[in-house]
Design a protein around this ligand. Structure first.
Ligand code: Z5A
Length: 210
């Protein structure tokens, strides 16, 4: 009987415009070439319910959303996402590549908004139900670099979160770097330079968990 390959859960993180989605797509191609069955998904979103929640979170009409409401909406999206997509895919031995997960909540709602990190961790545990990444790749760029990369989207088309000031994204970046310290499941990758060069470092980190 053919043994079922172990599922592997890999998360791509970083501030807006870090290039994490570009790297995730390269990882998808790399894993598929190696014959892995790959599920690509994202937060907030990833399910029909989650995409509705994403709409609420990004809607510029919701400018008066309080930070606690925002935290719980990300968590609600995650609970559905884990139950409907991530846990079943891992149980079937698939490689799950997820654009953002728990570290986004610590970085944005904790370091960015200033919510208590213990509270965030408790809410995350309730949502994720013990399903945690084997590897989280933080694609690290200064806030100015991220802002330049998403520059084309700024102005008229900005969503509620993209309207934040550059200082907010610097706090978020510092949050990622602080949370990564001493956590063996998190790799920080320098996100400056060209995308292929960055992927060399991403590939090395992926190979270590495959
Ligand atoms: N959020 C939260 O607050 N709490 C949570 O718990 C969760 C999320 C889960 C939506 O995220 C918002 O949700 C996010 C945090 C919050 N927003 N804020 N603020 P999202 O992931 O959907 O949105 P995003 O962060 O803006 O991601 P993005 O648009 O997909 O950008 P990206 O993934 O960082 O980058 P990219 O799409 O790969 O690249 C952006 C541009 O740069 C694009 O034109 C590329 O061609 C270019 N690029 C990429 N790599 C390079 C390199 N190496 N050099 C030059 N140019 C490059």
């Amino acid at each position: 009987m053919k043994s079922v390959e172990r599922g592997v859960f890999i998360v791509f993180e970083g501030i807006d415009g870090s290039g994490k989605t570009t790297q995730l797509e390269k990882a998808r191609a790399f894993l598929a070439e190696r014959g892995r069955e790959v599920v690509v998904t994202r937060e907030p979103g990833g399910t029909a319910i989650g995409e509705k929640i994403r709409g609420l979170l990004l809607d510029t009409a919701n400018g008066d959303m309080c930070d606690g409401c925002e935290l719980l909406l990300y968590a609600a999206s995650r609970a559905q996402h884990v139950a409907e997509i991530i846990a079943p895919a891992l149980a079937e031995g698939k490689a799950v590549l997820c654009d953002r997960f728990g570290l986004s909540t610590a970085a944005y709602q904790g370091y960015g908004r200033g919510l208590d990190l213990e509270r965030i961790a408790a809410v995350h545990r309730a949502a994720a139900g013990g399903v945690e990444p084997d590897l989280t790749l933080v694609i690290d760029v200064p806030a100015e670099v991220g802002a330049e990369r998403v520059g084309g989207r700024r102005g008229e088309g900005k969503d509620r979160l993209e309207r934040e000031e550059i200082e907010f994204f610097e706090r978020v970046r510092r949050g990622y770097l602080t949370e990564a310290e001493g956590d063996g499941t998190v790799a920080v990758i320098d996100g400056r330079g060209d995308a292929d060069g960055i992927f060399d470092a991403v590939r090395a980190a992926l190979e270590a968990v495959l």
